[in-house]
Design a protein around this ligand. Structure first.
Ligand code: SF4
Length: 499
């Protein structure tokens, strides 16, 4: 649970076949997915033209007395929505506003609206190519690159399916896209590796059809899950349902493994399994893999909330007491990076209350989902020590992160990652714990129910599923090892020969 890690976005899109009031469904679909991004949010509906609302921060509550105002502002039977956490572009407020999705492009006779989750890797070359046709860009997000790439193909009089195929062939990265055409058709497609989730479902009467990053976007609306959009699949919606076509050219599936450990909500389903069940299995695996440490421990403590399910699994497997000694402050949602560095310690206090009743003199196992930068872990260990804990063994469900992510998770450089140069023993020393114990890769894979070759573990193994990301990673690693100081998202700005 590193507070400073974010994912890029969550998307939702829906069409009502009979009524012209889609906004409430899109609203709830996005509210259920606010955990995927809370720096900005937006809605776009269609009733012959596009209507857009953008805002910063969390999606606001809508009071009953204001509902009509929202319905008037966002009319129509088709809508898409987005929540965003920026992993590219600038972080100032003006830039966040410009990066808010959904976006709409009205270029040379083609109108299109798009909401997207992921991250483009070949952003430099793509931007260079698109600038020739579109000298002026309107937004500050990768969604614009995808939307303009689609528009460019449509201007050349290909159809939307072929335009999506061009995106899959020529854009490297993760993209789960949901969009609306100017004649009012809802569509969705995924990159050929299927890095990010995107599922489809419909209302019981089958009169509302929807796409959602996670299944919780469907269930909050009372919709039934239908299918996960496959890697390289292009899906349209018509009166008889979903029309699916796979356009991928034989690339292999590489679903982000970190979704299972950290990002997805526990009540979402990934690969047909509830995420909480997978996390419980992670905990059981840790209990089996480190049974010697379990024997000398007195209690297990979880760090809320993403490690609660793994803690339950570990408790169930070992019979060791789960001391519910940490509680999350329910309505505090700020992430650590949003405050001043010297405020980090108190940020943990504001987010998590550590109860001191039963920790003094005890040997603890603390379960966490991941260690990224180590800041949060260090503070938590220090607080447990101050409360009198004797030994502290960290059990981590996601294997050691050694490299950056190029596909939409906020881990940009080697230098920021505590695991990029340190062994588990050295990490333990750096965060003040007695030991750090990662779940094995094999255990992780078997808990997900997927095959190892179907998952992306780029940040864990250094083997990335896409070619440019691999070249960039190798190049960045070499420079890092030679003492080059990485300046943020270096691969977007500073690797001209590779792009
Ligand atoms: S590199 Fe890591 S975080 Fe990024 S998509 Fe792959 S598994 Fe997920």
């Amino acid at each position: 649970m590193d507070n400073s890690v974010g994912t890029k976005c969550g998307v939702f899109g829906a069409v009502h076949l009979h009524e012209k009031k889609i906004f409430p469904y899109v609203y709830w679909g996005m509210r259920a997915q606010n955990h995927r991004g809370h720096q900005s949010h937006g809605f776009l509906t269609y009733d012959g033209g596009f209507h857009v609302y953008h805002g910063l921060d969390l999606i606001p509550k809508i009071k009953r007395k204001n509902l009509q105002e929202w319905l008037d502002r966002l009319p129509g039977h088709i809508g898409i929505g987005n929540v965003r956490y920026t992993t590219s572009g600038r972080m100032e407020e003006a830039a966040l506003v410009k990066g808010t999705q959904p976006i709409k492009i009205d270029g040379s006779g083609v109108k299109l609206a798009v909401s997207f989750n992921g991250n483009v890797v070949n952003t430099v070359s793509l931007r260079r190519e698109l600038k020739k046709d579109f000298p002026k860009f309107s937004y500050e997000c990768d969604a614009e690159l995808i939307c303009r790439k689609l528009v460019k193909s449509l201007m050349a009089e290909t159809d939307l399916k072929e335009a999506a195929r061009t995106c899959m062939d020529e854009i490297e990265g993760a993209f789960s896209v949901c969009g609306i055409t100017e004649d009012g058709n809802l569509f969705a497609f995924k990159d050929a590796y299927g890095l990010r989730p995107l599922c489809a479902g419909c209302s019981r009467k089958k009169d509302i059809l929807a796409f959602s990053s996670e299944t919780v976007g469907l269930s909050i609306n009372g919709f039934e899950y239908d299918f996960e959009v496959e890697p390289g699949e292009f899906v349209t919606v018509n009166r008889s349902g979903f029309e699916r076509e796979n356009l991928s050219s034989g690339k292999k599936r590489a679903f982000c493994a970190f979704e299972f450990a950290y990002f997805a909500r526990p009540d979402s389903k990934l690969n047909g399994k509830y995420v909480y069940e997978v996390r419980e299995e992670f905990g059981r695996n840790l209990g089996k893999e480190y049974s010697d440490l379990v024997k000398e421990a007195d209690v297990i403590v979880s760090l809320p909330q993403t490690s609660n399910d793994a803690t339950y699994g570990l408790h169930e497997e070992t019979g060791l007491r789960w001391e519910r000694g940490t509680r999350r402050h329910r309505y505090v949602t700020e992430r650590a990076f949003m405050l001043l560095p010297e405020e980090r310690y108190s940020t943990i206090d504001r987010k998590i209350n550590i109860l001191n009743n039963n920790l003094a003199g005890k040997n603890l196992i603390i379960v966490d989902d991941s260690i990224v930068r180590g800041d949060t872990t260090r503070v938590v260990v220090e607080k447990m020590r101050n409360l009198g804990a004797k030994k502290i063994h960290l059990f981590i469900t996601f294997p050691r992160i050694i490299g950056p992510c190029f596909y939409g998770i906020d881990m940009a450089t080697y230098g920021e990652l505590i695991g990029s140069t340190r062994s588990p023993e050295e990490i333990a020393q750096a965060v003040g714990a007695d030991s750090v114990n990662y779940q094995s890769l094999e255990g992780f894979v078997s808990a997900t129910g997927m095959k190892k070759h179907e998952l992306c573990f780029g940040c864990v193994t250094g083997n990335y599923p896409t070619p440019l990301a691999q070249r960039l990673a190798n190049w960045m690693r070499k420079r890092f090892e030679n003492g080059h100081v990485e300046k943020g998202r270096i691969y977007e700005i500073d690797a001209p020969n590779l792009m």
